[in-house]
Write a new protein. Structure first.
Length: 271
């Protein structure tokens, strides 16, 4: 690089750089960082959400569906060609570990250890739901004509029983299909009820101000009106009737004290 051209060519020539492929290889780290610390054992740390309500066997506390954990995910087998994964996580209320795994046969999760499921399942056949055919039924439908015929007859009977219910549901859905009309009627009813409540509050406030009450007044009910009709605010007897009864009682009263009649009778006999 003795001349100007050589110096320029030296300045513009690229410097040799090491070839690492990626920044993770350069730092000797995995793209998933701490989540892949057990990847050599086939374990990946993921964010797992509890699929149903359970009871922890360690602290006996309830853990609700949707609670999230850092779980260790590991493949433990296959169901036909579908992999079965197991998830291991630590309870957030104690030191107990909970293990769950997938169940592709029933499209659900099963508890392996550390917890007990809160049983909230039911048989879909009880609610007349249409269940998907199992692999065994599908194979038998393909090879057994008599079973296919019986299966078709059963399906038609189920359809005939469900048709009236489906028709009623369709009619109810059509009746409630006008969202604008339903909303208008509902808002109109709310306005009427609000107006009635405002009038009752004004009437109650005027009554409290008239009689000097400071306590809130309850709404008048039919039972209150019925009891008020049975009560009277007048005396059972008039003033004249009371005076007549009093005079009659005085006229029938004895002139002598209760213990004197015998003594008076003896004196009269002596006289």
């Amino acid at each position: 690089c003795g001349d100007f051209g050589g110096t320029a060519s030296c300045l513009t020539s690229p410097l040799p750089t090491p070839q690492h492929g990626s920044l993770n290889k350069y730092h000797h780290s995995h793209p998933l960082r701490e989540r892949a610390r057990k990847l050599s054992q086939g374990i990946l740390v993921i964010r797992f959400e509890m699929p149903f309500n359970i009871w922890c066997d360690g602290c006996k506390n309830h853990i609700g569906m949707g609670v999230r954990y850092n779980a260790e995910k590991k493949k433990v087998g296959n169901y036909y060609t579908t992999p079965v994964y197991r998830f291991r996580m630590k309870c957030h209320l104690c030191v107990n570990y909970i293990e769950l795994q997938t169940d592709p046969a029933s499209c659900d999760y099963v508890i392996v250890s550390g917890a007990r499921r809160k049983e909230e399942r039911w048989d879909p056949r009880d609610s007349a739901q249409v269940l998907p055919s199992t692999p065994e039924e599908q194979e038998r439908l393909a090879v057994d004509p008599m079973f296919r015929l019986e299966h078709g007859v059963t399906d038609r009977e189920v359809l005939e029983r469900a048709t009236p219910t489906l028709t009623r549901l369709q009619e109810a859905q059509d009746a409630w299909k006008d969202d604008f009309g339903l909303n208008s009627r509902l808002r109109r009813r709310f306005r009427e009820e609000k107006k009635t409540l405002r009038e009752e509050e004004e009437e109650a406030a005027a009554l409290r101000a008239k009689v000097g009450l400071s306590i809130p007044l309850l709404r008048e009910e039919d039972e209150d009106r019925r009891l008020a009709a049975l009560l009277t605010l007048r005396a059972p007897d008039s003033y004249e009737e009371k005076q007549r009864l009093k005079r009659s009682e005085i006229s029938q009263r004895s002139w002598f004290a209760p213990g004197t009649p015998r003594a008076a009778g003896g004196a009269l006999q002596k006289l």
